[in-house]
Design a protein around this ligand. Structure first.
Ligand code: UDP
Length: 195
């Protein structure tokens, strides 16, 4: 397996199809999996904040280059990455997988109205999915309490759209608890999905 280090982040150098294979294999083996789709903003933020960098490097199982800026950076550094693999692409593909396999999915994040539309769209377009959680991202509970709630719902997949670094913090708590799910921070994906 090859990794490409760009500004301290170890990207997995897979194509989109190869990332999908990795995810299916981890899903089949019920492995706790934290996916970070790292865009330039995340790479820069990690370089400014050692705690955030540590959170990612210590907990992430798969790191994808989310954005052409990262792929270009790789070229310039003579460390070519296969292709851009965005959070949104993986999110919508994982929903298809969840639909076909009748998986348990937990969604957290975005404004209440966005979450309402997201929930409706999933029920309509991915009826095989069992939504075991669908809460907006403006909760008062601390992340540990939220993580407990998510864990207790026994999800197969968790998508958190509460902005970084909080979504990565939340997923790290779940990853450290070895929750056997595919877990990914998806930034503004619910806004796009519901749009
Ligand atoms: N968000 C949220 N709770 C918050 C802050 C943000 O649910 O306390 C949501 C926001 O509604 C949006 C997503 O997180 O759907 C990404 O927000 P933003 O674009 O600000 O995050 P970034 O691009 O910094 O990850």
């Amino acid at each position: 397996m090859s990794k490409v280090n760009i500004l301290g982040i170890e990207f997995d150098n897979y194509s989109l199809e190869e990332f999908k294979d990795r995810l299916i294999s981890r899903l089949n083996n019920m492995l706790s999996t934290m996916v970070v789709t790292a865009n330039p903003e995340i790479v820069m933020a990690a370089n400014k904040d050692p705690k955030f960098m540590n959170l990612i490097t210590k907990n992430a199982d798969l790191i994808t280059p989310d954005g052409i800026g990262i792929v270009l950076g790789g070229k310039i550094l003579k460390k070519p990455l296969k292709e851009r693999v965005t959070g949104y692409d993986l999110f919508t593909w994982l929903l298809q997988v969840g639909n076909l396999r009748k998986l348990r999915v937990y969604l957290i994040g975005a404004k209440p109205e966005v979450m309402r539309i997201t929930k409706e769209k999933i029920a309509r377009e991915y009826p095989g999915i069992e939504l075991v959680g669908a809460e907006d991202g403006y909760f008062k509970d601390d992340l540990k309490t939220v993580a407990k709630r998510i864990e207790e719902s026994s999800p197969d997949m968790v998508f958190a759209a509460i902005g970084f670094p909080r979504q990565e913090e939340l997923i790290s708590i779940l990853r450290q608890a070895k929750v056997p799910a595919i877990m990914m921070g998806v930034g503004g994906s619910f806004d796009v999905f519901s749009g």
